[in-house]
Design a protein. Structure first.
Length: 307
């Protein structure tokens, strides 16, 4: 799509068997204080009551909700499907079981337009019965940090914690679909190479739900392996973005540290990332703080993949 509404925010929501939560998720989009919002819900082959709920809400909000359908292909294919129908100049992602603060899009959009940033991100909080911690978390100011090193440690934000200009998404050609998880992490790493202007909104505006999902959910060990693969791909393809000094063995050492130690899980032991290469070169990002820093209680809520 070549022509976008310059002030419209397109919210892309994949939905697969989210009947207990999807009405709340859609409601939080419709209740945003930033009013110029379209919601694109992509049914990923649900076989529960999700689509009856979505269709009812779409009928009650004509012109605000677009409903698309596809055979079950996973959340990244669903997001790409939604992106192909998005009309907005700004893109946000919200899963059908997550929510936002009422002012989330308003604050993210204001931060972007006031600073002419390409990306705005905010703090988040894990919620739900399976959340190990519900402590609010405020991510670092990546403009003032070594973004490449921090991004290689973990996914920088949950998928509902960021607003992105459409041109960035189009340049990246959307999400890769090569793995079932961690493809949001893959996109944010690929985005580093574009050196976008970013701005942090130091408020907790996104809420990421954790709950028991049963045997159909992708196991944690697969999510960790996919995140490791994403990191290794980025290091191989963009070594200058990671480390080019300290001798010829730097990259070998960095790769070795990506998967150095195992943890016990059901069915065996898997490697987990320890952290980024200490010799990483700072990513040359630019940006400004959206507002003064605020003290927040912080806990480590790093996530390796979206779902």
């Amino acid at each position: 799509m070549d022509h976008f509404d310059p002030t419209l925010i397109s919210v892309v929501m994949p939905c697969y068997n989210a009947a207990p939560y999807v009405e709340e998720a859609i409601g939080c989009v419709l209740q945003q204080s930033y009013r110029n919002v379209e919601l694109i819900v992509v049914d990923d082959g649900s076989n529960d009551a999700s689509m009856q709920i979505v269709e009812r809400l779409a009928a009650g909000n004509p012109g605000r909700i677009t409903v698309l359908h596809q055979t079950n292909s996973g959340p990244y294919a669903a997001r790409n499907h939604g992106l192909s129908h998005a009309r907005g100049n700004f893109i946000a992602f919200l899963d059908a079981d997550d929510t936002w603060h009422t002012d989330a899009l308003k604050q993210l959009h204001a931060a972007m337009t006031e600073t002419l940033a390409d990306v705005a991100y905010c703090g988040w909080q894990n919620v739900g019965e399976a959340a190990a911690s519900t402590q609010p978390y405020l991510p670092p100011d990546y403009v003032q940090s070594d973004a490449a090193a921090l991004f290689l440690q973990s996914c920088p934000w949950p998928i509902n914690g960021v607003l992105v200009r459409r041109q960035i998404i189009d340049t990246l050609r959307g999400f890769s679909e090569r793995l079932p998880t961690a493809m949001d992490y893959d996109m944010w790493l690929r985005m580093l190479v574009l050196q976008p202007t970013v701005v942090r909104v130091p408020e907790v505006l996104a809420f990421y739900r954790r709950y028991p999902r049963g045997d159909a959910h992708i196991p944690r060990w697969r999510q960790v392996f996919d995140a490791i693969a994403v990191r290794e791909d980025f290091v191989r393809r963009h070594p200058a973005q990671v480390a080019i000094s300290a001798g010829p063995n730097v990259m070998t050492g960095c790769m070795a540290r990506c998967c150095p130690r195992p943890i016990a899980v059901t069915g065996g032991a898997i490697p987990i990332p320890r952290g980024a290469c200490s010799g990483a070169r700072p990513a040359r990002w630019t940006g400004r703080r959206a507002m003064p820093n605020t003290s927040w209680p912080v806990s480590c809520l790093h996530r390796y993949s979206n779902r």
